[in-house]
Design a binder for this molecule. Structure first.
Ligand SMILES: O=C(O)C1=C[C@@H](OP(=O)(O)O)[C@@H](O)[C@H](O)C1
Ligand SMILES: C=C(OP(=O)(O)O)C(=O)O
Length: 434
C-alpha cells in the first residue's frame, strides 16, 4: 500500500548526467559551539569569524546570553562575544543539540542561581546522566528528580566549582568529556578527569576540545588515552576563524560516488581535528578518487559504489552518509563501533535499517553497528525523524534512485539551513561538466 500524498515532502532530485559542482560549506557546528562556550568563559572579548549560523548555533547563542554573555552578530555574520559573570535564574532550551544540552549545564554550574534546562520532545531521550552525576560529584546541585538522568533538569550552583579528580563514563557520548573539559579552567582546582567506560566514541571531537583549550592558552595534559588534566587559569581565545563543517560536506562528496561526477569543497583544512577529515579515505575505499588542489578537495566517482568494512567509532556522525552509499553499493558493508548512535538525534541504527528496508534494501542492526547488503532500491518516502543527517541520507539515495522524497527536509536547519538550495544547485550542475 502506498503512503498518502504529503504535500510538504521534498522530492529528492535525481540527476540525468554526472554532476560537476563546487560546494562552499558553512562553518563547523562543533567548532562554532565550542568557540562560543570558550569565548563566554574567556577573560576578554573575542570575535568568531565565519561561524555556522544554524539552529544548533542559535540555541547555543541564546543559552549563553541567558547566562550573561554578550553576543552580537556583526554585518557579514561574524560574532562578537563579550564575556560577563555567569548569571543564573534563567531557562535554557537545548533543542535537539547535543552540544548545548551537554556543554551548557557545566557552564551553568559556575552561575550564582539555578538554571533550568529542557529541549525538544526527543531530546528527553538523549543520555544526560554522566554529566549530571559529574556535576554532583563536583559538589554542584542538580534536580532531575522527575526524569533521572535526562532532560528536563535544573542545575543548582553555588557560585564556584572546586574541581579536582573526577571519573566519567563517556561510552554513550564523547560530549560528556568535552563538556567537563571546556569549563574546567574556571574550576578552582582545574580538573583531573578519567574516562572509565569500555569504549570511547568520537575521540577526534575530544581532541578538538583539547586543541581549542590549548589554543586559548589553557594548560591541558593528556598523560594517557582517556585521561585529561586541565590547569585552572584564564581562557584567552583571541579572534578565531571557523573551518567549514567537513561532516556536512559528507553528503555532497558522497554525491560524486552516488551520481557519478566530481564535487569540490574549497577551504578544506590541511590539518584539522574534525572527524569529517576521515571522509576522503572512506570515499576512496568506496570507489571514489580523491584529489587535493591547494585547499580544494575534489572527489570523483563513477556511479558505481563499493561496500566497505569500517569502524566509524571516531566519526559516528558520518554513519548516515556512509550508510546511504552502502545501500547503493554492489558489495556488502559492515559499519562497526557506533552503538552510541542509538542516543543521537534519533536511534540512528534503527532509523537507518527502517528506511533502507522501506526502500527495498537489505540492512540489519548489529550490537555495535550495521550490516547493509546489495539490493535494488525503489522510490518511497524517507522519514527523517527530526534528524538532519537522516534527511541528507535520503537526499543521497535520491541521486541514484528516482522517486525518493524526504518527509521533513527542513530539519537540516539543525546544522545547514541552506541544504535544499545547495543540494539543488549541485544537482543542477549535472550535464554541465567542464
Ligand atoms: O562534540 C561534538 O561536537 C560532537 C561529538 C559527537 O558526539 P557523540 O560522541 O555523542 O557521537 C558527534 O557525533 C556530534 O555530532 C558532535
Ligand atoms: C550527533 C549529532 O549532533 P549533536 O551535536 O546534537 O550530538 C550530529 O550532528 O550528527
Amino acid at each position: 500500500m502506498s503512503a498518502p500524498p504529503d504535500l510538504d515532502a521534498w522530492p529528492a532530485p535525481t540527476p540525468s548526467a554526472p554532476i560537476d559542482a563546487l560546494v562552499d560549506v558553512p562553518g563547523s557546528k562543533s567548532l562554532t559551539n565550542r568557540h562560543l562556550v570558550l569565548a563566554a568563559l574567556a577573560d576578554a572579548p573575542t570575535t568568531i569569524h565565519a561561524p555556522l549560523h544554524s539552529r544548533d548555533s542559535a540555541l547555543m547563542i541564546a543559552a549563553l546570553r541567558t547566562l550573561g554573555t554578550g553576543i552580537v552578530e556583526l554585518p557579514g555574520g561574524d560574532l562578537a562575544v563579550t564575556p560577563g559573570p555567569v548569571t543564573g535564574g534563567g531557562h535554557v532550551d537545548g533543542g535537539l543539540a547535543g552540544t548545548v544540552m551537554r556543554f551548557v549545564p557545566v557552564v551553568a554550574a559556575l552561575a550564582d542561581a539555578p538554571v533550568s534546562f529542557d529541549g525538544d520532545p526527543y531530546a528527553r531521550n538523549r543520555p544526560m546522566g554522566p554529566v549530571l552525576d559529574a556535576l554532583r560529584s563536583l559538589g554542584v546541585g542538580v534536580d532531575d528528580a522527575a526524569t533521572p538522568g535526562f532532560l528536563p533538569f535544573t542545575v543548582l550552583p553555588s557560585g564556584a566549582v572546586r574541581g579536582g579528580q573526577l571519573t566519567v563514563d563517556a561510552s554513550g557520548s564523547s560530549q560528556f568529556v568535552s563538556a567537563l573539559l571546556l569549563s574546567a579552567p574556571r574550576f578552582t582546582d582545574g580538573l583531573d578527569l578519567r574516562h572509565v567506560g569500555a569504549t570511547l566514541p568520537s575521540v577526534p571531537h575530544i581532541d578538538m576540545t583539547v586543541a581549542l583549550l590549548r589554543a586559548a592558552g589553557v594548560g591541558v595534559d593528556v598523560p594517557e588515552p582517556g585521561h585529561w588534566v586541565v590547569t585552572p587559569g584564564p581562557i584567552r581565545p583571541g579572534d578565531v576563524v571557523v573551518e567549514p563543517d567537513l561532516s556536512n560536506a559528507g553528503p555532497f562528496l558522497a554525491a560524486a560516488l552516488a551520481a557519478g561526477g566530481s564535487v569540490r569543497i574549497p577551504r578544506w583544512p590541511a590539518r584539522t581535528t574534525q572527524p569529517g577529515d576521515l571522509l576522503p579515505g572512506l570515499l576512496e575505499r568506496m570507489g571514489g578518487t580523491v584529489r587535493r588542489d591547494g585547499d580544494v578537495l575534489q572527489v570523483t566517482g563513477t556511479g558505481v559504489v563499493t561496500g566497505i568494512d569500517a569502524d566509524l567509532s571516531p566519526a559516528g556522525e558520518l554513519t548516515p552518509t556512509i550508510a546511504a552509499l552502502a545501500a547503493l553499493a554492489t558489495t556488502p558493508t559492515t559499519i562497526r563501533g557506533v552503538a552510541h548512535l542509538r542516543g543521537h538525534e534519533t536511534d540512528r541504527l534503527a532509523a537507518l535499517v527502517a528506511e533502507i528496508t522501506r526502500l527495498g534494501g537489505d540492512a540489519e542492526e548489529t550490537p555495535d553497528g550495521l550490516v547493509i547488503r546489495p539490493a535494488d532500491l525503489h522510490g518511497g518516502r524517507v522519514r527523517s525523524y527530526d534528524d538532519h543527517r537522516m534527511a541528507t541520507f535520503g537526499a543521497v539515495l535520491g541521486l541514484a534512485v528516482p522517486g525518493i522524497e524526504v518527509d521533513d527536509v527542513a530539519t537540516t536547519a539543525k546544522t545547514l539551513p541552506d541544504f535544499p538550495s545547495m543540494w539543488g544547485r549541485m544537482v543542477g550542475s549535472a550535464g554541465h561538466a567542464r
